[in-house]
Design a protein around this ligand. Sequence first.
Ligand code: NAD
Length: 357
Amino acid sequence: MKAPEDPDDLPGRIRVVASTTSIKCRAAHKAPWSRNRNMTKQVGIIGCGGIARAHVDGYRANHAEIVALHDVNAAGAEALKKQKSLNAALYSDLEDFLNHPGLEAISICTPPVAHEEAATRALRKNMPVLCEKPLAHSIESGKRLCEIAAASEAPLMVGFRHRFLPAINELKSRIDSGDIGNIIWFDNTFCAPAFGMDKTWFSKRSVAGGGTLMDTSIHSIDLFRYLFGDVIDQHCVWHRHFDDTDVEDASILTMKSLSGVLGTALASWHAGVAKCTIEVMGTKGRLLYDYEKPAALKFQPADGEWQCLETIPSNGFAEEIEVYFETIDGKRDLTCSAFDGLRSVEIALSVIRETIE
Ligand SMILES: NC(=O)c1ccc[n+]([C@@H]2O[C@H](COP(=O)([O-])OP(=O)(O)OC[C@H]3O[C@@H](n4cnc5c(N)ncnc54)[C@H](O)[C@@H]3O)[C@@H](O)[C@H]2O)c1
């Protein structure tokens, strides 16, 4: 299908104007890119490192066939193919990869600095893209990606997998139904002993855009926006424990939503003990989720005992990819849009710029 002159003219499209940027982005529904609705999807992955393995498992859980892999490091693609026993063609060239016969959707699992080129080339071919977080390593790159996504017939979905955890679904429905009253604050902590991070691209600003804020707090920012609406104010304190890196490796971000909810996102790569939790405090009670105990969301009503609400343990990738496929098939509105990706990058990088530059 040929792209209309102005993508805003597509029926059912919602225009959202970014509050802190002048660019236009939109969530799209009644997807014009729908095709092969009932067939097994043939998918490809760009960037065959750590998180690509989780994407392979997520695709398999959704009965998709991984038919093509691309990595600038051929050995990385070969290793993924072998480890996961994939029947996939290996491509050293991005264009050849995108031209793989029958390829219907892709994941981008490269370091952030490489997201823009891969996503741009795919979207210009109207190829659906699931792009890992953060959307981009810079606000400028994120804005360009929003423009490209808006002009494409295919969706760009950002990999904010935490939105799709069954426990987060339960948490959101408890909040939305008023079970814990008006929300006072939200905290999302991602602390873990990740002592080798200084040896990886995660600690290079030119590649990752930032450290803990762009690695894990980007998820916290997205969750905060998903649960409580957009952020109107943000501040940060941070520290660098590693020598020889140029990013923060411990940070505390504070946020305020338009509706008055306050949020914190704590992150560290140096914690001696892992702590990965979400806590939401309301006027009538609170909710607590501990990623170490993924089968239960805890609920404490005001003046009451803790209750355990059973949930399905999951890392969220299978659910995320199910949503990605439903979006491609036009069965639901786009969620985790390029605009959502840009906003989280803007919030994270604005506090880094304020305090570092
Ligand atoms: N959603 C999550 O929970 C989660 C968790 C970890 C990482 N991530 C994100 O996933 C992405 C990848 O992280 P990772 O941990 O898998 O990194 P990684 O270093 O393990 O793997 C990245 C792969 O991309 C390849 N690559 C680099 N530049 C490329 C390019 N221009 N074209 C093609 N391939 C290229 C590398 O050779 C490597 O194989 C990042 O954006 C990261 O933030 C998300």
